[in-house]
Design a protein around this ligand. Structure first.
Ligand code: GLU
Length: 430
């Protein structure tokens, strides 16, 4: 699929939502374009002595509701179009959760796994040097995303503070707790997704005991979520990583899969023939085969565009929870809807991360830190309330949960745009 289509795909969701509510032309016009996009070249002296230039990006999509917010990803396929799309999604995600933020995203085109630790640190610091005038605690606040983590956020916050000649913890969230990070931020995406499931599963006629689950991914968001579901009694029958998937009809023992992954840094089940690695027998599948398993709940938690018009017709799950950003394309949405498969959208399901990022920013600015219980109970409250609001729109307007989430966000964004004056207000003759 051509890379340029990803943004137009994202805009289709906005157009779909706009059909069901009265939204001003001003709002639609504003949301068509990013506020500002920055492309930078990031020079890094490699361990070999060679100088390498990496391409970096930061897009601030819309700041009508507050300073912009969103993660930074390191991935070989990162490009401006993708970062812009992710920034657009962040605008809606922050509005869904009623956070006082607009949306942004950043990224570097790099295979981080191929860098040494020193190279990774240099790259992260040089990237912040390059974008320092574009970010700030009242302007734009980055955070982790794919292949970035707490330690990288710590380096970045430190670099920004060096540039500013003062400590500025609120410029970046997802930092190590010892550098002003929030308790509960690491597990926030999974915790939030779990809260959404708790809020909606009853309405969707499900309960843990009789629900089989397949999870694509076993990273920062997916692995803790798999464990939470396992502990709650769900039958997690399949999990995967970039190399492949493992499947056991009777349910996987997630704690031992997790331990195996930590020990070997791979799920490579082929290494575990005859259960030598301590968990029960399982089949080895490709990621594609895993997505098509006959399960109740399918959780794509890895990358975008994995359920497309190519494979949507073969999906057998009853329900899809999008933990990754953008795993289902608009064409696939239509096919799934026709088949009666409900999709709970990314801008709600994975919003726990940015919600606890907001809590971290609040704590940094107040200089007063909350307990884990406070963080998790505030997160639970927000995820539950907004899930219920979206469910109510879904029912009253008879639209998909995705369209309901967009309508919900759009109303809040529109309000922030309209209070500055509308076409009617300025067009009226005195
Ligand atoms: N990268 C995460 C997301 O896509 C978190 C963003 C943040 O915490 O600002 O939602």
């Amino acid at each position: 699929m051509p890379q340029t289509s990803i943004f137009s795909e994202a805009s289709q969701r906005l157009e779909e939502a706009a059909k069901h509510v009265t939204i001003s032309e001003d709002t639609i016009e504003r949301l068509k374009y990013p506020k500002a996009s920055l492309t930078v070249s990031v020079p890094v002296r490699m361990d070999s002595g060679e100088l390498k230039i990496f391409q970096g990006y930061r897009v601030r999509y819309n700041d009508m509701r507050g300073p912009t917010k969103g993660g930074i990803r390191y991935h070989p396929s990162v490009n401006l179009e993708e970062v812009k799309t992710l920034a657009f999604w962040m605008t809606f995600k922050c509005a869904v959760l009623n956070l006082p933020f607009g949306g942004a995203k950043g990224g570097i085109t790099v295979d981080a796994k191929k860098l040494s630790r020193f190279e990774l640190e240099h790259l992260s610091r040089r990237y912040i040097d390059a974008i320092a005038d574009f970010i700030g605690p009242d302007v734009d606040i980055p955070a982790p995303d794919m292949y970035t983590n707490q330690m990288i956020m710590g380096w970045m916050m430190h670099e920004y503070s060096v540039i500013q000649r003062r400590q500025v913890p609120a410029v970046i969230t997802g930092k190590p707790v010892a550098m002003g990070g929030s308790l509960g931020r690491e597990a926030a995406t999974s915790q939030g997704a779990y809260d959404v499931m708790q809020a909606l599963l009853g309405k969707l006629n499900g309960s843990p005991k009789n629900t089989t689950v397949a999870i694509q991914g076993f990273g920062n968001a997916a692995a803790p979520l798999a464990e939470m579901l396992y502990n709650a009694g769900f039958k997690v029958v399949a999990v995967s990583d970039s190399k492949g998937a493992i499947y056991a009809k009777q349910g996987l023992n997630i704690p031992s899969v997790k331990k195996f992954k930590e020990d070997t840094s791979g799920l490579k089940a082929v290494y575990c023939e005859n259960s030598v690695c301590g968990f029960q027998e399982h089949d080895v599948l490709t990621n594609e085969e895993m997505l098509e398993l006959p399960v109740d709940l399918l959780i794509p938690a890895a990358i975008e565009d994995v359920i497309t018009d190519d494979n949507a017709g073969r999906i057998k799950a009853r329900l899809i929870f999008e933990v990754a950003n953008g795993p289902v394309t608009p064409e696939a949405d239509e096919i799934l809807e026709r088949k009666g498969i409900r999709v709970v959208p990314d801008i709600l399901v994975n919003a726990g991360g940015v919600t606890v990022s907001y809590f971290e920013w609040v704590q940094n600015r107040a200089g007063y830190y909350w307990t884990l219980e406070e963080v998790n109970s505030r997160l639970h409250q927000k995820m539950t309330e907004e899930s219920q609001r979206i469910w109510a729109i879904h029912e009253s307007k008879n639209v998909s949960l995705r369209t309901a989430a967009y309508i919900h966000a759009l109303r809040r964004i529109e309000e922030a745009i309209n209070v500055r004056g509308t076409k009617e207000y300025f067009g009226e003759k005195e």
